[in-house]
Design a protein around this ligand. Sequence first.
Ligand SMILES: Cc1cc2nc3c(=O)[nH]c(=O)nc-3n(C[C@H](O)[C@H](O)[C@H](O)COP(=O)(O)O)c2cc1C
Length: 184
Amino acid sequence: MRVLAISGSLRNASYNTALLRALQEEAPEGVEIEIWGGLKSIPAYDTDDDTVPGPDTVEAFRELVREVDAVFFSTPEYNSSVPGALKNALDWASRPLATNSFRNKPVAVIGASAGAFGAVWAAAELRKVLGAMGSRVTEAELAVGHAMDKFDADGRLVDEDTRQGLRDALQTLVAEVPSALQAA
Ligand SMILES: Cc1cc2nc3c(=O)[nH]c(=O)nc-3n(C[C@H](O)[C@H](O)[C@H](O)COP(=O)(O)O)c2cc1C
């Protein structure tokens, strides 16, 4: 089973991206986690550019989402909401709405922030956006607050409770993938 992992942060030392690397380590046999590196190459959404086909990077993103069995997001919170770059990529992916690549796609959303609350508002808003696009938003949840205390100097997740939270969130997501695919 292929799971696309999307971080809402572009910075190299991102805690959210580091969480997705830890998720790769925690993935059970048969579940392949692929971290998406294309977020920065998605242009600002403009309906005038939303032609058929659209920009190359956008078409590649849409196709990748179509190919995978599920998508796992880890997002920071910017001003109590979803970071603009991530929202922008989803706006592109959402068109045309009726046949968009996220429709019926099982998704999980977790978040990490430097503050105490672990990006809970951003995660809630991201679930709302994905729901509007027709994704199957799972009940997976993990809010990693005070993220700087959970990683070592090399950016490796050292907090066992958070690792357990990742395993639980991934299990919730995998359970939403139709069983024929789970066997694959
Ligand atoms: C523009 C901006 C806005 C932010 N707004 C919030 C916020 O509303 N709530 C919060 O908990 N942290 C906020 N932060 C702090 C982020 O949680 C922190 O930078 C976090 O490490 C970002 O995630 P990353 O490590 O994955 O890049 C903000 C950071 C930036 C750059």
